[in-house]
Design a protein around this ligand. Structure first.
Ligand code: ATP
Ligand code: MG
Length: 352
């Protein structure tokens, strides 16, 4: 029987509550599909930062390196600035483990209300591949002529051939396992240096995948298409900024933050990949036991898929769909009165 070593970092706020439920569901799925998960829990969090001055120990990266996968809750705490949790944990892990793909599968979940409710689930089944390591989110630039009428700022983007090529290649490889269509988000009419470079590399990679249908759209038009004709999209690949915006839009139109999972993937498998719900620690509802655990449970399903257990992963998604369709155990964000634990237990018990 295979055993996988998984690091769990529940973090802060509702990250803790939803991670408990995800573990419960994953363990049950593992038992039903002939493998087991050996969990090691880490208390790395803003709470730890408040006590010790560090989100994680100095050798944190080294401690995680040998794991088969990482399940992350959420980090964040009122009073602790966002850059602390970002630079104290998330960014060092993403960088050290070369998780240059941020993967956001998007599915219209049953029983949820959204602007797209009423469409069939298979009309809306796509995956957003966001570049996770460079691009627009750069520290290069600065403010000039402060306080003068000619004050200005410069904010540089960095796109490397290696960085652009590998994310686009990942999108094409992924498309081969799905319905075989890749759409690239561009804006080469406005961003006249970075985006033509992106487009050029997209065309080069596309030529190597003649079996995959490919196209590109300006990101503004693509955002509109996502709402108006989402059935025409399958794999969507975008830069760090465009991917960020498109994936939140996609989450919003398919049932909201409580339902959206994501993965920070190291495609080579040399280092562990890290899976998490898109939402944060949600201080406004922390400690009340009412957070929706579905996003984290689906992040767990992505983890199993990544480990090479797609049947167990699919069983989890099916069981989430069943529980949402039944509608008896829904958390308040879905219009119900169930607790986090009750929804998590319902999903675990629906597993076959
Ligand atoms: P952080 O600083 O950790 O990013 P945040 O203040 O940005 O936290 P989010 O966690 O991103 O908050 O949540 C934004 C809103 O969505 C909050 O009002 C929160 O209550 C709600 N929300 C987020 N996740 C869930 C969930 N799993 N279940 C129910 N509501 C949620
Ligand atoms: Mg947030």
């Amino acid at each position: 029987m295979s055993e996988y070593r998984i690091a769990s970092i529940p973090g802060d706020g509702i990250g803790v509550d939803v991670t408990v439920e995800a573990r419960k569901v994953l363990d049950r799925a593992a038992a039903g599909h002939g493998f087991s998960l050996r969990w090691t829990e880490f208390d790395w969090s803003c709470e730890r930062y408040s006590k010790t001055g560090a989100m994680m120990p100095d050798d944190g990266v080294a401690q995680l390196a040998a794991f088969d996968g990482i399940l992350l809750g959420a980090v964040g705490f009122p009073g602790v600035p966002d850059h602390v949790s970002l630079w104290g944990l998330l960014i060092p892990l993403r960088r050290a483990f070369q998780q240059y793909v941020n993967l956001r599968p998007v599915r219209l979940l049953p029983g949820t209300s959204s602007v797209l409710s009423g469409r069939s689930a298979d009309e809306l089944e796509m995956v957003i591949v966001r570049e996770n390591s460079e691009g627009e989110y750069s520290a290069i630039g600065g403010r000039h002529n402060s306080g003068r009428p000619d004050e200005f700022v410069l904010q540089e983007s960095v796109f490397t051939r290696v960085g652009v090529e590998r994310i686009i290649r990942y999108a094409f490889e992924l498309a081969r396992t799905r319905s075989s269509r890749v759409t690239s988000a561009t804006k080469s009419n406005g961003l006249i240096h970075s985006m033509p470079f992106w487009d050029e590399i997209f065309a080069e990679v596309a030529a190597k995948y003649p079996d995959v249908e490919s196209g590109q759209m300006h990101v503004d038009a693509l955002a509109a298409r996502m709402v108006q004709a989402p059935d025409r999209l399958d794999v969507v690949v975008g830069s760090n900024l465009f991917g960020d915006i498109l994936s939140d839009l996609a989450a919003a139109i398919t049932g909201g933050l409580g339902m959206a999972p994501s993965g920070n993937i190291n495609p080579s498998g040399e280092f562990p990949s890290m899976f998490e719900a898109v939402h944060g620690s949600a201080p406004d509802i922390a400690g009340q036991g009412i957070a929706n655990p579905v996003a984290q449970i689906l992040a767990g399903a992505m983890l199993l898929e990544h480990l090479g257990e797609p049947v167990a992963a699919q069983a989890i998604r099916t069981s989430v769909d069943e529980v949402l369709t039944a509608g008896a155990e829904l958390t308040p964000d879905l219009g119900g009165t169930a607790t986090t634990t009750r929804l998590g237990t319902a999903v675990a018990e629906a597993l076959r």
